[in-house]
Ligand binder design. Sequence first.
Ligand code: G3P
Ligand code: MG
Length: 348
Amino acid sequence: GTSTPSTRPETTTTDNYAFAFDIDGVLIRGGRPIPEAIEAMRVLNGQNEYGLKVPYIFLTNGGGKTEQERCVQLSRQLELEISPAQFICGHTPMKEMAEKYKTVLVVGGEGEKCRDVAEGYGFKDVVTPGDIMKDNERTTPFRKLTDQESQHSRKRNFGEIEIEAIFVFADSRHWGDDQQIIIDLLTSKYGRLGTTSESYDEGPPIYFSHNDIIWSAEHEHTRLGMGALRTSLEAIYESITGKKLVSTVFGKPQLGTFQFATRLLQQWRKDTFGINKPPETVYFVGDTPESDIRGTNEYNESSLSENDWYSILVRTGVFREGTEPRFTPRATVDNVLDAVKHGMKREM
Ligand code: G3P
Ligand code: MG
């Protein structure tokens, strides 16, 4: 048979550099793609003047669904195939804690979805605020579970259960009630509901999947995030106990999260493109100076990174022109398409 010669140049994949993307405020806002995002992804997939493909991963502080579910949604929004093997969300690194505790409280997200996420990570016994409200409806004086919520909650006898740790996986949908339950546990004896510690140092540890005070959603102004919940919990805890609340935070800008991303990127480049060496440069595109730019810069300056992590700030999210970002990016551009063009041009 005859083959028609293609007019398009063969695409090759670069092993020199890669991209990593924040999601909210860079690619998505309020459930809809930012207009330039679809084109930006096409450019990375070879639709560019150099006929070059560039590997990339996603690193969001958001969460509340399984990585699989989130990738299906993101693939639809950005009109391309995205694999969980190139995706990290706020709670992904928490899976490394699954062996450490037996019974844990998981807070945040839509309905009981985060219970599924935690069980998928291998957590053995996952309790939700709904389970606690179902066992004792006096827990939250101003809210009763709806029939549907009640159906998805598990009736247990919390008088006999020790909750060993608290994990805030995703944004709380009921701040007041979730905070009440978290405070009950933090001030308890060894995570046993109904008890109160006299010394206030017997409560379970608390972990947050990130610490973003604000984030970029559909509203024209930024919205309160999990970091705001954490800040208010600290204030409540201190006014009740007179002690400072000690907590552990995952997500950006934590260096551990960037190390996690480095390992994922290495695996992704190897499995998908057969690239066996680390990239010289990783371009990180973000909208939040405190998380994205700070994390990228500090990781880059630390002894942990073996390549150049180059921070690019976009103007489509948390950062607004006319303000001074608290952490200085290597470049500031209008949107994610300009960020991709900036990095590719720099490499040519
Ligand atoms: O809740 C999500 C938000 O705090 C940040 O998401 O994608 O901008 O890291 P992202
Ligand atoms: Mg963002």
